[in-house]
Design a protein around this ligand. Structure first.
Ligand code: FES
Length: 132
């Protein structure tokens, strides 16, 4: 299936604690966004855009990303490690881009996405409501 353009929104505001002191933190989303951009460019992938953004309202679970695309469900994922999960995020984004509606089969999702999923939001184009 052809890939449709999608975006990985990466929160660059999240603070990851580096110790007990309140001012001891880093902001790992900044590095994650740069790493994802570099890996996608190295792989010649043009269907995925990386966009740094401010708070995604999941501040206690850095790093946090959202996968979004036209007519696709949007996924919000947290607890991502910029050092160990970059490859999985790229793979998940490519699967997301190749999917018809953004729903990637569970068995094809990387472990970090299975564990870290916070929410999924239907596309605005979704027209079928679940009948109760
Ligand atoms: S600061 Fe990153 S989700 Fe709120």
């Amino acid at each position: 299936m052809a890939k449709t353009p999608v975006t990985i929104f990466v929160c660059v505001s999240c603070r990851r604690s580096l110790g007990d002191a309140e001012e001891s933190f880093d902001q790992p989303g900044r590095g994650l966004a740069d790493t994802l951009k570099a890996r996608l460019a190295d792989g010649g992938q043009t269907s995925v855009t990386v966009t740094p953004v401010e708070c995604l309202a999941v501040c206690k679970r850095p790093c946090t990303v959202a996968l979004a695309g036209a007519d696709k469900w949007t996924y919000l994922i947290g607890d991502l490690d910029p050092e160990t999960h970059a490859e999985e995020i790229v793979a998940a984004a490519l699967s997301f881009a190749a999917s018809e509606n953004g729903i990637v089969p569970w068995r094809e999702r990387p472990a970090s996405f299975r564990k870290g999923v916070i929410a999924r939001v239907p596309p605005i184009s979704a027209s079928e409501a679940v009948k109760s």
